[in-house]
Every structure is written in C-alpha cells, then in structure tokens.
Design a protein around this ligand. Structure first.
Ligand code: URA
Length: 489
C-alpha cells in the first residue's frame, strides 16, 4: 500500500516511491478537495522508512472532483519521468482543470507544453528499452533464465514490464536497472528494488548471435551516422553486444557503398526485365540497398545481406541465401529458412534439411553438386515464448523475394528447377498451383525453364503414423529419382 504524508510544518507532501501514481492521485484528491493550492505545497519522494504517519486531510466526499480520463492516462505516463517537479506539475494541472476544463487542448499553455515534453520523453525511453534490452542466459536446462542490465533515463521499468512479459512469456527473465528490477518466472511478474551492473551476468553466446544479426542488417549505402546515433544513442552502446562492431562498420561503410554503386548497371538484365514484365506489371520497389549488377552468386549473396524488399528482414537474424556451385544443373527451391537455418545462415540445415539430405542420398543425388535455395530468404515466424514458430510467407513477401530467385536463375542457368512445395511453385510459376494434384509433373515456363513440382520435405516430418510417413518418404524418393533422370536430360 502506497504511503503518503503531508508534513504540516514544511508543507511537504511525501510519497514513498518514484512511480507511485496511486499515492500521488490519492494525495492530489485529498489536497484538492480540501482546497490546498498547488503553490502552498511541495512534493518529495522519501525512499527511507521515515514516514511519521499520515497527516494528509482526508478527501471531502461532498467536494466533487471530476478529472478527465485523458488527463489520468497522461499523468500515469508522466509520473515515470525523472524530473522531481512532475508531481507538482500534475497537481497544478489537476487544480487548474477544475476551472479550465479545456486546458488540455491549449497547446500553447506552458504547463501543457511541459506535460507534452515529459510524456514524449517517457514514451521514447519506453521504446528504447524495448529495442535495446539484451538478455544474457544463466544456468542450463530446467534452471536456465535470462538476465538483462539496462539503464533507462526515466522510471519506466514497471510501466514496460508487461510488454516484456507478453513478448517473452515462455522464458524466465529478470531485467535489472538502477531504479527497479522486473522479474518474470513464467507466470508471475514481480517488481523489485534497483540493482547494479555487476549483478548482471557477463557476455555469453547470445551476444555472438546479436552481432551476426546486426552485421547482416547493416547497410553501408544507407548509413547516416547522426540518425543512427539518434536511434541508438551512444549511452546505450556500452550495454549492447553489437556496439563493438559499430566503429568498424562505420569506417568501412564508404568503401562498401562505393563498391555497390560501381556495380550498378544502367538497365536491368534482359531475363529479369522479361520475367518482371510478364508476371509483375508493377515493378518491384526501387531500393538503394540493392543493385542489379552482381555477376556472380557470391556478389549476389553479399547484396542480399542488406535486403529490405519486404519487412521480414526486421525480425530475422540474417538473409539465408542459396548455396551450391554456380555450375549446378539443378536448383532446388524450398519455401523459406526455418529457425535453424536463420541462425546458421544456410538453407536446409535443420530437421527438414536432414530429411531432404537423406532422401537425396538414397536417390544418388550429390547435394554438393546441386544448388539449394528458398523462395523467401528471411525466416518468418511468430514468437511463442522462447520458441519461434514458422509462419507461412504471404504473396507479397514471395513476390518481393522473387527478385533474388530470378537473379539466381539468371546466373546459374539450370537445366531443371525443383519446386519443393507450394510456396516455391508459386514463386517459380507466378501463380498458385495445386501441388498434391500436380506433384511429379514438369511444367515448362515461357522462358523454357523446366520446373519439377513436388512436396516440401517438411510435409514428411509432420506425418505421425509411421506407415504413412514411410509411404510418403518413398513417394518423395521416387520424385527425386525422376529428378535425377531429368537433370541429365
Ligand atoms: N524449409 C525450407 O523451405 N527451407 C529451408 O531452408 C529450411 C526449411
């Protein structure tokens, strides 16, 4: 229960916490209904245990105090500001609202301007905390938990804690800050006292992952140092694992951007233009981070690292580009990288990849000699606690990524393409096709490219009945044997 006290000798109203909105509201109600004017009192937060009792007059029930809902909501935000004068400002506004009911809409009023500035500052700080908190793992197995150290500017931990509980529901985590800590045990959220940086664990493996992610989303052509520092102010750098990369990335950015620009052609590749005109009358959005000038798969892969053609890059760790020799006769196209591919940066290395590899082996197809890629090159998922659940790419994402697949086809010029599942077929043929009906068929595109249709190997993984699973594996093996024959034809 919040404690409040009015020291009659000093006219000080004491609250027992920096973010005690309930306490402030209770005190403000009592003061206002007893006609104690804002200029007659001062506010103070007393963290020590030296409350001497509750001398505040009780609220006068007969004195009605109507407070606009909007004000209450804004006051709840502003109470998190670190300015000690916020309590007094809020009380003055409450006092004035009694005789100036339109006060909140007078943007030129100095009190309203301060209210707005504080509200914005708290909002920004909340956003920064959501963006820059980095958890470090401690313990293993059943005992694992995640701990983060963060230094917000304002008293925002309580206000932000629900967000983290929703986002990281399946994890047990603690966020430590100088003012307060938030702890989630998987079921219950608890707010505790502040802590020191040394209470948080030191670097772990997850840091490497963050660094890889940051390196991959970093786009030299888009570098604006001032804007970047505004988004990620230097004061947050010391707690971010990826920050150690920033000086080198900035230093190398000019060179990397010039190399990108030098590769840019003045006209699109003819095959690309033809395919675009046929399937997508509207050109793909221009994007300064990519160029049509890649002449080899490694160059194309390097460009795709900074791909922002659709929003999937934001949540994925990195672009997972195709792999295999540029001289390959056949290209296998999957749907999109899964969780493991996203972390490894390589296609088909997770559970579906294992099934795929084993069946290729049985069909005497050497994976090292074929090119394997995906229709969509970023992992799309829904976070569910600690897990990231695969989410199917939509038509817009498939279309946006078709640009890269086309370039891969252009450079490799395969004899045959294998569409593994519906997403790959849709990307390669420019329209949805019924895979179960058409599996095993070869469709010839207008540009003469043969597309072999089959299921995605993850379909086999999802079958529970061992006999059905085995039968489906056999069918997929038959498909791969056909592929083997078609590769040579
Ligand atoms: N599924 C795919 O379609 N591609 C991968 O790379 C992995 C799983």
């Amino acid at each position: 229960m919040a404690r409040i006290q009015l020291d009659l000798a000093t006219h000080l109203v004491r609250l027992d916490s920096e973010t005690d909105f309930a306490g402030w509201r209770d005190a403000a109600r009592r003061l206002a209904t007893n006609d104690i004017a804002p200029e007659d009192i001062a506010w103070q937060v007393v963290l020590e245990d030296d409350f001497r009792g509750d001398d505040l007059p009780t609220a006068k029930p007969e004195a009605r105090l109507v407070v606009p809902r909007d004000f209450v909501e804004r006051a709840e935000t502003v109470i998190c500001h670190c300015d000690p004068e916020r309590f007094g400002l809020l009380y003055r506004l409450l006092w004035r609202l009694r005789s100036e009911p339109k006060l909140l809409s007078i943007a030129s009023d100095p009190d309203i301007r301060r209210l707005e500035a504080m509200e914005k500052a708290v909002g920004r700080d909340i956003h920064k905390m959501r963006a820059f908190v980095r958890f470090r793992k401690i313990g293993e197995g059943e005992d694992d938990r995640y701990v983060a150290w963060f230094e917000p500017e304002h008293f925002i931990v309580e206000r932000n804690a629900d967000f983290f509980a929703r986002r990281y529901t399946g994890m047990r985590w603690t966020i430590l800050t100088p003012h307060a800590s938030a702890d989630w045990d998987g079921e219950r959220l608890a707010i505790g006292p502040g802590a020191g940086k040394r209470d948080a664990p030191a670097e772990d493996d997850a840091e490497t992952l963050w660094r890889t992610y940051f390196e991959n989303i970093f786009n030299p052509a888009r570098l604006k140092v001032k804007a970047m520092q505004k988004e990620m102010p230097k004061k947050y750098w010391r707690n971010l694992p990826e920050a150690s990369l920033i000086p080198d990335l900035i230093a190398g950015a000019d060179k990397a951007a010039s190399a990108m620009i030098a590769r840019m052609p003045s006209t699109p590749a003819p095959h690309h233009a033809k395919v675009q005109a046929k399937h997508w009358p509207t050109p793909a959005p221009a994007d300064a981070n990519e160029s049509d000038g890649a002449e080899t798969i490694p160059e194309l892969r390097a460009l795709a690292k900074g791909c922002h053609r659709c929003p999937l890059w934001r949540d994925a760790t990195q672009t997972v580009f195709g792999e295999g020799p540029e001289s390959a006769d056949v290209i296998f196209v999957g749907e999109q990288p899964g969780d493991q591919e996203d972390l490894a940066g390589k296609p088909f290395v997770g559970p579906a990849g294992k099934v795929f590899d084993a069946i290729l082996d049985d069909a005497a197809i050497d994976r090292r000699k074929v090119y394997v890629t995906n229709a969509v090159k970023h992992f799309k998922f829904e976070p569910r606690g600690k897990r990231r659940i695969h989410s199917k790419p939509n038509a817009g994402e498939i279309q946006a990524c078709r640009w890269w697949l086309d370039k891969e086809l252009d450079l490799i010029e395969p004899n045959l393409v294998v569409a593994l599942g519906a997403t790959a077929a849709q990307s390669l043929l420019g329209k949805a096709v019924p895979i179960t009906k058409m599996r095993g068929e070869v469709v010839e595109r207008e540009d003469g490219l043969r597309v072999f249709l089959t299921i995605h190997p993850s379909f086999i993984l999802r079958i529970r009945e061992p006999e059905d699973k085995e039968a489906e594996r056999e069918r997929f093996l038959d498909d791969m044997r056909k592929v083997k024959e078609l590769m040579a034809a």
